[in-house]
Design a protein around this ligand. Sequence first.
Ligand code: SAM
Length: 366
Amino acid sequence: MILSCPCHFGTERTLKFELSRIGAEDITAMDGRVEFSGGEDMLARANICLATAQRVQILMGRFRAVTFDELFEGVKALPLENFITVKDRFPVTGHSINSALHSVPACQSIIKKAAVVRLGKVFGVNSFEETGALCRIGFNIMKDEVSIYLDTTGDSLHKRGYRKNSNAAPISECLAAGIADLAGVRRESHIADPMCGSGTLLIEAAYKAKNIAPGLRRGFAAQGWKSIDEGVWKAERMRARELIIRDSGFEARGYDIDPDCIRLTLENARLAGVADCIIAERAPLNKFVNRDGETVITNPPYGERMLEVKQAEEIYALCGKVFKADKEHPLSLISPHEKFEEIFGKKAFRKRKLYNGMIKCSLYSY
Ligand SMILES: C[S@@+](CC[C@H](N)C(=O)[O-])C[C@H]1O[C@@H](n2cnc3c(N)ncnc32)[C@H](O)[C@@H]1O
């Protein structure tokens, strides 16, 4: 099978590395997506273990289409019955960019019709109840090239099952995991986030340091599929549990000016099973002490309206005073502000482009 994972733009290399660590083969990265080959065990392992992937999809086929007829015939030729049974739900969702077939609702409806015709013929039925397992069909049309996927994940993988609550501007768990990796978090790391919000960076860094598979606390759509043996999921969960590093020296401290954020961080760390290595206390940034050998990883407020941009800039200037930002005091900070380095007062050792949803950001590493 060819498996395919969308990810945040800028985290493809991290995802590629994660995939090679879990034993995936033929790994190819493209913009916002990484593809690889593997069987059922790899499909389950990818869902359970990957931290930066947003979902795991099976690539059913790729073909060119500039007319609805070509789209219909292309989909009708795919062996959907290998995974979708007569009772399953198979909604269709997707995107189209720079293509002749630009109407997403029209493409959705053609793909659905083609799937109904194909499956109806295979199963000898005229209609479908769609009351069974969820086998969502995804499509991506890019410059007239159509990719058809079956989603194995269900709710996006950023939903680890630990963040029941968040503050107003939480970072995605997948992006936070990518930042923890790029910041060089290891099993013995000590880290701090002085603007921790709901604690996502601290928790994802703890998962990385302790090699805790982020999907261990949740289920996946393909667990309900008849085509995948239940034992595969059990074996992969057991494998992931065995790989947890239980004696890591990792420690994290989080601070925030807002007491509700501290309550959230502590609650989320408890739900994530990493409360033993994370402390969090209410404190303003100007009281932060940058300890030797500790890595600061942080996501300050962005500020979107005029007044808020000014407040964000004041925080960046304060960061420049509080963070030593050198070899002994590594810093990784994500911001969308084009003039961050100027306001902070120091040029980053490395600047990487990352997308936080639709917001173009940079990860500044010192
Ligand atoms: C973008 S949010 C961080 C979100 C966090 N990464 C998460 O995933 O939930 C920025 C945080 O900075 C905090 N903050 C703003 N000004 C601060 C200051 N002067 N000192 C400490 N924290 C501050 C806010 O309360 C907010 O929680």
